[in-house]
Design a protein around this ligand. Sequence first.
Ligand code: GUN
Length: 292
Amino acid sequence: MKILDGKALSITLQEEIKIQVTKSVAQGHRAPHLAAIIVGDNPASRVYVGHKIKACERVGFKSSLFQEPKDITQEALIARVEALNVDPSIDGFIVQLPLPNHIDALGVTLSIDPDNDVDGFHPMNLGKMALGLETYIPATPYGIMLLLERYAIETSGKDVVVVGRSNIVGTPMSILLSRNAKVGNATVTLTHSRTKNLSEILKKADIIIAAIGRANFITTEMVKEGAVIIDVGINSVEDPTRKSGYRLVGDVDFENVAEKTSFITPVPGGVGPLTVAALLMNTMKSYYKKFN
Ligand code: GUN
């Protein structure tokens, strides 16, 4: 068993981005600029956005954080998005999800100019991705593609099972791995809450992408000897031995499953850090459209 060290790869990718930024700034261009809108005080969202802002500092990006009240109206939030759409000093921005229940999240996503949508959530960008056109790929699937590529994990002809069909992870992941591309050409099964015989399907998988959001959901008897496992889950479970009283675990019962696999991502330190690097890479792509 080998650990897929997402944290280390994220650091490498950020070092590569920093070299590109330094070079561009030395040529007289302004630094890349990523903005984030956060609504309310969801603690996980604050942590995630904090990671994104810190990463911007590390690679030499400018960042802006717009903290909006939890009772902001749909109109006011869209007005904020529209102001960022036309700000030429910003290369891309994100609206951190989830949004409060009174907000129509799709309506907000639709108001983002696709050229600034470095999350790749706008239907225009998701459509381009599905067609294999140049676009921003959503950060989590993009991070996983980079991980598979850099660890030279063969996907061509492999049986991949994606667990979870969310718009931001499972669905785009299944499309990306099905494409005729260097990382792709897999036979993908997208499974979800209505899937029958999930254990049987998983047992045949060469590669499992787990994005369900349930702690330790995938257990050793569901996994084929030598499978590759990418664990996207970030679940908080009680742990009285920790000062905080909890710890983060993935969707896979890592302790028991790991030894059966050929490669596996840990939680934390696997997919999570790569999503940050992938977001920076999307922002860099937008920046280069202006300055290269
Ligand atoms: N919430 C969880 N993941 C993401 C992400 O990649 N982007 C945004 N905007 N919100 C998220």
